[in-house]
Design a protein around this ligand. Structure first.
Ligand code: GUN
Ligand code: ZN
Length: 445
């Protein structure tokens, strides 16, 4: 349960607006979908931080309910960002390089600062407040190699009552001084952090292998053993993001069939494994992902910014692999999930596919929750989920206002097919400036 003291939570809290969430997975390419649950001008009812139902606004609510009115706003589940790096706010929007050069030039120097506990503590708070300010209430996060960076991130998430999955980054080679651990110390640090934070508040530990090039075989084996020894922990890493990286992994692990196979051999693939990118995978890799239950955190903004490539979302889905969406800041250029989804649309268009708003928003809410095994808690307005809720203005600024006006004219029949036009334009034109209110377990943040 969230750590927020109950005194801050109104026992009965109702949010009024145009409620939009999902009850299932939308079909690829379908702008009309029975998986969309759209309840215009309804109340979302939250008791003691938990969603207890919805109600048409025409039915009066008695005075035991504290009411939050948002006429003409979208009310949606808080977004879930399944791949993001907390220390990389410091290097977001850094010019001019592909992955490996970008890591050495910008990212590693920034992450070294987190050896300093003061920097680590301030950075964790800054990062989580920024997530909430963008409407992201849950995230799967890489801090740094330093134990203190994970400890501070968990403490800051507990303070805010947020659902967070994170772990100390493992890297014992091919990284500069001040950013390497060793197998024995890393194992002790992970166990300490698991004991302290895993399954406490709304937190879960993720065994966090940065990527195959920065871990020795011994460290990968230790990470796999931790996943087996602590059931319920997650695993997060990067895979097959960039062609030079894939070639490097081939040289470092010459006996592995593929990059993904390095992780499979180390026992790192299970239904709670979240692998970022997966651009340069083949059919055999996708079959391994499917059979292990491991999932891909597609990170379109980062893939475009670093010039990494075009992720084949449809092929992953056709193979039965779950796909959620990550901002991958600082490779990605915004914490806004709408901006990330708008980039996903453009990236898929480059790959000859069209991503509906339904598919995109589902991947950032219920789809991610299901892939993480957390659909009972986050990602939708189903009864029993916690009240992680965002209220969004439909338009900010004259261009978006005009676009919504035109979409609403067509939408006067309140048909879901027209609703798609409105929501797609919102997804493409909106960002954190549209966020009117954000609630974590029913508490305004
Ligand atoms: N691969 C290994 N580390 C990183 C990282 O920090 N960002 C991205 N995008 N890819 C990585
Ligand atoms: Zn990343």
């Amino acid at each position: 349960m969230p750590s927020i003291t109950q005194s801050r939570v109104a026992d009965r809290f109702a949010i009024r607006g145009d409620l939009l969430d999902f009850t299932g997975a939308p079909e690829w390419g379908a702008t009309e979908s029975s998986a969309v649950r759209y309840l215009p001008d309804h109340w979302l009812l939250i008791e003691n931080g938990v969603i207890v139902g919805t109600q048409a606004s025409g039915v009066p609510l008695d005075s035991t309910w504290t009411k939050h009115h948002n006429p003409g706003c979208w009310v949606m589940p808080g977004f879930i960002d399944t791949h993001v790096h907390s220390p990389q706010l410091d290097v977001i929007a850094s010019y001019g390089s592909e992955l490996l050069d970008w890591l050495n030039t910008y990212t590693f120097p920034a992450e070294r600062r987190y050896a300093d506990p003061e920097q680590s503590r301030l950075g964790a708070a800054r990062f989580l407040d920024a997530l909430l300010a963008h409407g992201t209430t849950s995230a799967v996060v890489f801090p740094t190699v330093h134990k203190v960076s994970a400890d501070d991130l968990f403490a800051a998430a507990a303070e805010r009552g947020m659902r967070l999955i994170a772990g100390k980054v493992l890297m014992d080679r091919n990284a500069p001084d001040g950013l390497r651990d060793d197998v024995a110390q890393a194992e002790r640090d992970c166990i300490d952090l698991i004991d302290k934070w895993h399954s406490k508040h709304r937190l879960a530990y993720a065994v966090t292998v940065r990527f195959a090039p920065t871990s020795t075989r011994a460290q990968l084996a230790m990470a796999g053993a931790l996943c087996a020894a602590y059931p319920g922990t997650y695993m997060q890493t990067h895979v097959a993001e960039n062609r030079a990286e894939v070639q490097w992994v081939r040289e470092l692990f010459p006996t592995a069939r593929s990059y993904l196979d390095v992780y499979a051999q180390a026992g790192l693939l299970n239904p709670r494994s979240v692998l970022a990118h997966g651009i340069w995978l083949d059919d055999a890799d996708r079959a391994v992902l499917q059979s292990s239950g491991a999932q891909i955190a597609h990170s379109p903004s980062s893939n475009l910014f670093l010039g990494s490539g075009l992720f084949d979302w449809r092929a992953a889905e056709a193979a039965g692999v779950a796909v959620s969406v990550g901002s991958d800041v600082g490779g990605g250029t915004s914490l806004s999930m709408q901006r990330t989804l708008a980039d996903a649309y453009k990236l898929q268009a480059m790959a000859g596919q069209r991503l509906t708003a339904w598919k995109a928003l589902h991947a950032a809410t219920l789809g991610a929750a299901q892939a993480l095994g957390l659909a009972h808690e986050i990602g939708s307005f189903s009864v029993g989920c916690l009240g992680d809720v965002c209220v969004w203005d439909k338009a900010v600024g004259p261009v978006a206002l005009r676009r919504q006006e035109v979409a609403e004219m067509k939408n006067s029949g309140a048909v879901v097919s027209n609703l798609h036009e409105q929501v797609f334009a919102w997804m493409t034109l909106s960002d954190e400036r549209n966020l009117r209110a954000c609630f974590v377990a029913g508490v305004a943040v």
